[in-house]
Design a protein around this ligand. Structure first.
Ligand code: UMA
Ligand code: ADP
Length: 448
């Protein structure tokens, strides 16, 4: 095969490995390069594809020069000089979602946003299943999408897409798309908040039914849609048409469509206003593909939430412990503090935070910390930065391990208080991923 046809995969994590398997099935000439010495997919790739050239310990300039198309993993910044150079030479740079979008034929529900993606993706997947559809759920949530193409096409796909994945996607024409919300995240990868927002907006390109958050016009007000969008809003009694929203009656809030009541919000297992937003977005996406309303409402009543998202762990001597390890940005931690804060009845939160801060502005959390937090226990790479930001906002303690953080929090909490692990940071400085951080936390807490 001539080198002109070489497809080069950059990154050998779960995405890179799925790309390698997919492209090999298509009998393309493939090679792989990863900046890490020993990337997670290396052993499997070598075993499954002994003849494929794999260069690790730095991106191979030779392979990048030879490549006719480059498939970049989401963890790799597109601003790497070798990638900028390839782009300048006109080499297409795409990602796994692009390969998937070119090949998949079943309708795709595409979900992005700064927070709530996994919750909404899971809800919509369950709703489709409840309605009797054969559905595949994946993307940033876990299963890399190309793995789905090994099997027969389902009735529909429900995909969680990160901004990194959207940056390398051009052919996605989703049946329904949503940007749930946009608050600053990944400021280590984007030049500005506007760039991050633009990346999220790509999800609407070519989509049949846009679902929009009416409470955040900055996301959609400059965009043109082929069809009238379906909106959602958590502002009660919103006057707009074509809208999933809330009505307030007496002391009670109801989910509603065009002011028609669907379900009292208290009947949903998920708690907190941010989950009202998630539920409304899921209802709007489900109705965009004509899922029956009773099946969707059943799912809202049953779904207990995903682990590591403000998950109650245990009560020890009157203190509730919560695992919000998926709180990996400021917006998520803000919603966790607001959600728990509203239930405190005069008591306080011991917040365990810190990790890789991704250049975020942590002062955004000052009001919630002032209102609800008794003491912050800080750990991880950017603990000193967080300490600097919050030094006049709340008492702070810095620790060097999660075990120390848990012991310190136990010491500080008195009956009625809550301890919340919601780091507002990525976990990769000390843990394999956010699940690992959450699982270690739960074990340590249960050992107390
Ligand atoms: N890396 C290198 N050199 C390389 C390639 C990667 O140092 O050559 C590093 C990256 O900087 C990153 C890590 O390795 O820290 C993993 O990167 P990757 O692109 O190999 O990631 P995958 O293992 O393929 O997992 C990716 C998503 N990870 C990222 O976007 C960082 C997973 O989302 C996703 O589940 C998976 O694809 C399947 O689609 C995780 C995530 O943290 C949950 N996503 C971010 C988030 O949700 O905030 C966007
Ligand atoms: P994502 O996949 O976008 O990270 P998740 O559903 O996994 O979203 O939730 C991640 C974190 O964000 C959790 O800590 C959760 O408490 C919080 N969260 C969930 N939905 C929202 C929302 N709509 N707005 C703000 N925060 C949210």
């Amino acid at each position: 095969m001539s080198s002109k046809e070489l497809k080069l995969i950059i990154g050998l994590g779960v995405t890179g490995l799925s790309c390698l398997r997919y492209l090999s099935r298509q009998t393309h000439a493939v090679a792989v390069t990863d900046s890490r010495e020993d990337p997670p997919g290396l052993a499997e790739a070598r075993r499954e594809f002994p003849n494929v050239k794999i260069v690790t310990g730095g991106f191979s300039p030779e392979l990048i020069h030879e490549a006719s198309e480059i498939i970049v993993s989401p963890g790799v910044a597109l601003t790497h000089p070798l990638l900028l150079d390839a782009k300048a030479r006109g080499v297409p740079i795409i990602g796994d979602i692009e390969l998937f979008a070119r090949a998949a034929t079943a309708p795709i529900i595409a979900i992005t946003g700064s927070n709530g993606k996994s919750t909404v993706t899971t809800l919509v997947g369950l709703m489709a299943e409840k309605a009797g559809l054969n559905v595949k759920v994946g993307g940033n949530l876990g299963t890399p999408v190309l793995e789905f193409l090994k099997e027969a096409e389902p009735d529909c796909y429900v995909l969680e897409l990160s901004s990194f994945q959207l940056d390398t996607t051009y052919s996605l024409k989703a049946a329904a798309s949503v940007v749930l919300n946009v608050t600053p995240d990944h400021m280590d990868r984007y030049d500005s908040f506007e760039d991050y927002l633009k990346s999220k907006q790509h999800i609407y390109e070519g989509c049949q039914q846009a679902v929009i958050n009416l409470d955040e016009p900055q996301i959609w007000q400059d965009l043109k849609f082929d069809h009238v969008p379906l909106g959602f809003s958590i502002k009660p009694n919103h006057p707009a048409e074509n809208l999933f929203s809330l009505v307030e009656e007496g002391q009670q809030f109801f989910f509603c469509f065009k002011q028609e009541k669907l379900l009292p919000v208290d009947e949903m297992k998920l708690k907190g206003k941010h989950n009202w937003q998630n539920a409304l977005a899921a209802l709007a996406l489900g109705s965009a593909i004509n899922l029956p309303m009773p099946a969707m409402l059943e799912v809202l009543k049953e779904f207990p939430g995903l682990p590591h998202r403000c998950q109650w762990v245990v009560n020890i001597q009157g203190v509730d412990w919560f695992n919000d390890s998926k709180g990996t940005n400021v917006g998520a931690t803000q919603s966790a503090l607001m959600g728990l804060g509203a239930l405190l009845k005069g008591k306080k939160i011991i917040l365990i935070a810190g990790g890789q801060g991704k250049n975020a502005d942590f002062s955004v959390l000052n009001p919630e910390i002032k209102n609800y937090v008794k003491q912050v226990v800080l750990l991880g790479e950017d603990a000193p930065l967080l300490a600097e930001t919050w030094r006049n906002i709340a008492p702070l303690t810095q620790v060097s391990s999660l075990a120390e953080a848990v012991n310190k929090a136990a010491e500080l909490a008195s009956s009625g208080d809550s301890v919340l692990l919601s780091p507002a940071c990525a976990s990769l400085d000390m843990f394999k991923n956010y699940e690992d951080r959450g699982e270690q936390f739960v074990v340590l807490v249960k050992d107390l």
